[in-house]
Design a protein around this ligand. Structure first.
Ligand SMILES: CC(C)(COP(=O)(O)OP(=O)(O)OC[C@H]1O[C@@H](n2cnc3c(N)ncnc32)[C@H](O)[C@@H]1OP(=O)(O)O)[C@@H](O)C(=O)NCCC(=O)NCCS
Length: 428
């Protein structure tokens, strides 16, 4: 078999657990105007949505259009104003606004039809008056006119639409109960919609500025901390908007709008491609401190007795505590892992352990990711470890078996030939 065929088969095998995990789940995807403006991204997305639909996901697309509206108003010679990042929408803008959104929607439908024409059971893209708007009103003396805010979502109607096998599309256009047309912020709509229909995932494409320096995973307290020291206003606005969902959506994914494969990577690969903000884990992953020594010892001693982990004395643990990260749940240390920096840009992962009552909840994976991030921050480009019992778990998490000779010199000289541990290496 050729290498490319092998890679394909391995990738397919690895994605099977995600396919099973996502079947029947509801996903709201926010597409900013800048994303829609890129033809390649739109045509890739249309295909990918067809694939997700056939894998059993229920999809709501929320389409932004700021870039296109800016262009349309400029071309029509109409002046418009922003106030606190919101466009003021006077009555004379409305015809151009409706025309622009109508055209974009039609283009997206055309793309969608073309991308899925080969499928035996192609999804249909539908839009409707699911969102009820009301005027944003007069704020600090500024009348926002036809710029609206979300009043109500007909969430049952949209859930029925998804259950009947359709892909739902929302745009910035929404209507009030008096029949007036309003221009709604679509990121806000996506966040509210995801909460209202209790979506399993909210997937947001963002710009480079919005995503700059965000780590791969964020708990809510971590996100709140970043929000306070955001890299720029755009990032702080994006995170503030996500916070407004009150985390009724368990998982929010932030993806790079310039990466047309971001959606599939995020859903079907272990490391994803963007940032995952999660609210469904009530434990805390943090650097260990001296008070954790007792908890770590209680966790690792049974594993030491079984010979799974190498014995560590309390004194050694106290000296090396800064190398550890722990997961604490209800004041109990339920997981730990340590990173030992080394020369040659190769760091050692050691003492990865999850309490037996908490195994199988991906805590091991979370600890491994934290150690990888820590190693990268210390400029390591490889991670290695020695294990006697767990090499399969590590191989499934991106490591490969290696010879002792690849280890840093000092480690080679300390290698215990009686223990016959396997050497595993991962390139970061
Ligand atoms: C390895 C370990 C850290 C994984 O933690 P975890 O939180 O259960 O890991 P995850 O939830 O991310 O993964 C669970 C999966 O790994 C599998 N797994 C657990 N131990 C394994 C092992 N020794 N070999 C192969 N697979 C293993 C589980 O069967 C489960 O598979 P499934 O998803 O198909 O059901 C945990 O099992 C542990 O503490 N083991 C004992 C200590 C150890 O071996 N440490 C490594 C030495 S450095």
């Amino acid at each position: 078999m050729q290498q490319s065929e092998l890679d394909f088969i391995n990738t397919l095998r690895q994605s099977s657990r995600y396919i099973e995990q996502h079947r029947g789940k509801t996903c709201v995807v926010y597409l900013p105007g800048e994303f829609i403006a890129c033809k390649e991204s739109v045509s890739q997305l249309s295909q990918d949505i067809g694939l997700l639909y056939n894998l059993g996901l229920k999809i709501v697309l929320v389409m932004g259009a700021s870039t296109q509206l800016d262009d349309a108003f400029t071309n029509a010679g109409i002046d418009w104003q922003l106030h606190h990042q919101f466009r003021i929408t006077p009555t004379e803008l409305i015809p151009v606004f409706q025309q622009t959104i109508g055209l974009l929607r039609s283009q997206l439908e055309a793309n969608f039809s073309q991308a899925n024409c080969q499928q035996p059971n192609p999804p249909t893209l539908v839009s409707g008056n699911w969102v009820i708007a009301q005027p944003k009103g007069v704020i600090n003396g500024i009348d926002f006119q036809h710029t609206g805010k979300l009043r109500k979502i007909r969430h049952q109607a949209i859930s029925d639409c998804l259950d009947s096998g359709q892909v739902a599309l929302l745009t910035p256009i929404a209507y009030s109960l008096t029949g007036e047309v309003f221009n709604l912020n679509t990121l806000e709509q996506a966040c509210h919609m995801a909460s209202a229909i209790k979506a399993d995932k909210l997937m947001i494409y963002g710009s480079e500025a919005q995503l700059v320096n965000l780590p791969k995973q964020l708990s809510i307290p971590q996100m709140n901390m970043i929000m306070e020291n955001a890299a720029n206003d755009e990032q702080s606005r994006l995170l503030a908007q996500v916070a407004q969902t009150n985390f009724k959506v368990k998982r929010v994914h932030l993806m790079d709008q310039n990466n047309p494969s971001a959606l599939l990577l995020e859903l079907f690969s272990r490391d994803g491609s963007g940032t995952l903000i999660f609210s469904d884990r009530y434990h805390q992953l943090r650097p260990a401190n001296i008070e954790d020594v007792g908890g770590i010892l209680a966790l690792i001693e049974p594993l030491e007795q079984e010979g799974i982990l190498v014995k560590r004395s309390r004194e050694r643990l106290e000296l090396e505590i800064d190398n550890f990260v722990v997961i604490e749940r209800d004041q109990l240390i339920v997981g730990c892992a340590a990173l030992y920096p080394n020369d040659e840009q190769m760091s050692e992962l050691a003492c990865l352990a999850v309490h037996s009552d908490y195994q199988g909840q991906e805590l091991g994976e979370e600890l491994l990711k934290a150690i990888e991030i820590k190693a990268q921050k210390q400029a390591a480009n490889k991670l290695f470890l020695l294990t006697t019992h767990t090499h399969h778990w590590f191989i499934e998490h991106g490591f490969h078996l290696a010879d002792i000779s690849v280890l840093p010199q000092k480690k080679q000289s300390l290698y215990n030939f009686q223990r016959q541990s396997k050497v595993l290496v991962k390139t970061l």
